[in-house]
Design a protein around this ligand. Structure first.
Ligand code: GLN
Length: 487
């Protein structure tokens, strides 16, 4: 029998149904994997007891013929999703020990489909980062290494713990959130699939807020089909989130017939940026060949405002963050500094409770929203955001989806890019546009670089058209035959 941790979700569901193994055995195998990979620091809170209890209940359900879509599948949950009575920290000291009174809608949906929670995964503090090095609970180490080099690498961020757990076969899938690239970039760095659906597809209820107009829950798995299955289970209208869309969720996992014949795939001129490694350009060209071989047409498109996307994002996201994070004042939950005076208590709690990057964002956000600067920065960034959306709308008159690299580089070493925050922000150059426009996007592992590290290709689709995105992703997955495993 194949090792249980090597199975895809789809195969595991078949195995459970055929009684080849039980959910309890499947879960135990993944708990063992979690225990033997502690060095990665992928989890902030491990919940093996909960997992085994859920697995037992799953086996009982299946025996009665009541199994759900994901019954018995062990998942990792990003520690930004509130989980009832289980510590939820956003990787911040300010929320250490916080046990929510309620469950996020996304995790509730997953659990009501029978999924199992192995634990809560590490992330950049409040999901701010691209390397998972800003966590109060220490950085995550990627399961990948460069060939012949023992240097520890970042798994990407902010959902670095989720990506590392799936890549290292600790979890069969995981939840993530993507505000500027935090699902697609770590998926690309760790050689797995990561999908951000259309903004509004998955509820934000119970997801700790970073930048509310951009935050999008989504999924990680090792295959496109598994990712589709997870998304199908997570998504859906939720009256508790005013930006949740009241739209039918298609059966994503059934739409993967791989037929992209006659589709038009846009290749944007503006994504050829200076200094991008040759290997990434080559992989992109290879991707174009793959989709042509499958009967699609590549068309040149222009997204002229791309160069303003990062500056606009790094105004809008911090502005929203500064407002969202105002609630952490030491009064109602989380960390409280010891001070007699109320004002001093607020100030000291925030000074001691937040890390450096979070403070930087709060300061930037407060600045761009302040009188006199609001028009110059925040309002201008909002206008740029509109132009970026219009770029996409125009492009989609000529094509059905867009193919680009996911990131401008492969994973880097822990500590690299830390000297200058702008360098770190450059990681998001190909992903933030999709967030600013609210569009669905996926990263598919498609090749390796000269050091043996994974590289991803990204498909961005029209709003609400996750099915086309998944179809093209399935085609690339089949052509790429990415079989590499971290050592
Ligand atoms: N890396 C980006 C940032 O630091 C995006 C983070 C995210 O998507 N949560 O803001």
């Amino acid at each position: 029998m194949t090792k249980l941790t090597q199975l895809t979700i789809t195969d595991a569901l078949k195995g459970l149904e055929n009684k080849n193994f039980t959910a309890q055995e499947l879960t135990q195998a993944h708990i063992d994997a979690m225990q033997s990979a502690k060095k990665l620091n992928a989890f902030i809170t491990e919940t093996p007891e909960i997992a085994l209890k859920q697995a037992k209940a799953s086996d009982d359900r299946r025996a009665k013929g009541n199994a759900g879509l994901l019954d018995g599948i062990p998942l990792a949950i990003k520690d930004l999703f509130c989980t009832k009575n289980v510590q939820t920290t956003a990787a911040s000291k300010i929320l250490e020990g916080f046990k929510p009174e309620y469950e996020s809608t996304v995790t509730k949906n997953l659990f009501s489909n029978g999924a199992i929670m192995l634990g809560k995964t590490n992330l950049d503090e409040f999901a701010m980062g691209s390397s998972n090095t800003t966590s109060y609970f220490g950085n995550v180490i990627s399961p990948w290494k460069r060939d012949g080099d023992d240097t520890d690498l970042v798994p990407g961020g902010s959902s670095g713990g989720s990506a590392a757990a799936v890549s290292a076969h600790i979890a069969m899938g995981a939840t993530g959130t993507d505000t500027g690239g935090s699902i697609r970039q770590p998926a690309s760095f760790t050689g797995i699939v990561g999908m951000k659906p259309t903004y509004g597809r998955c509820s934000r209820w119970g997801v700790i807020a970073f930048a509310s107009s951009l935050d999008t829950p989504g999924a990680f798995a090792r295959t496109v089909e598994d990712t589709a299955l997870l998304l199908e289970s997570m998504a859906g209208y939720d009256p508790m989130d005013s930006t949740s869309a009241n739209k039918e969720v298609p059966q994503y996992s059934k739409s993967l017939n791989g037929d992209i014949k006659g589709m038009k795939i846009g290749i944007p001129d503006e994504y050829r940026i200076d200094g991008m490694p040759d290997e990434i350009i080559k992989l992109w060209e290879q991707g174009i060949e793959w989709i042509k071989d499958a009967g699609a047409k590549a068309v040149r498109i222009s997204l002229p405002h791309t160069k303003y996307a990062l500056p606009a994002y790094y105004i809008i996201a911090p502005a929203e963050a500064s407002s969202n994070l105002a609630r952490y004042d030491g009064v109602r939950y989380g960390y409280r500094a010891n001070e007699n005076d109320l004002q001093d208590m607020y100030a000291k709690t925030r000074a001691e409770g937040f890390g450096e990057e979070v403070k930087r964002r709060i300061m930037m956000g407060t600045y761009v929203l302040s009188a006199g600067y609001y028009d110059a920065y925040y309002r201008k960034a909002q206008r740029v955001r509109r132009l970026i959306l219009e770029d996409f709308e125009k492009a989609y008159e000529k094509c059905d989806a867009i193919l680009t690299p996911t990131t401008p580089s492969a994973a880097f070493a822990i500590g690299e890019n830390e000297d200058d925050p702008i360098k770190m922000y450059l990681n998001d150059v190909f992903t933030v546009t999709g967030n600013l426009a609210g569009l669905p996007g996926i990263s598919i592992p498609s090749g390796i670089d000269k050091d043996g590290l994974p590289l991803g290709l990204q498909i961005t689709g029209r709003a609400w058209d996750e099915e086309t995105v998944l179809k093209i992703a399935g085609t690339i997955e089949k052509a790429a035959q990415f079989k590499c495993m971290p050592k």
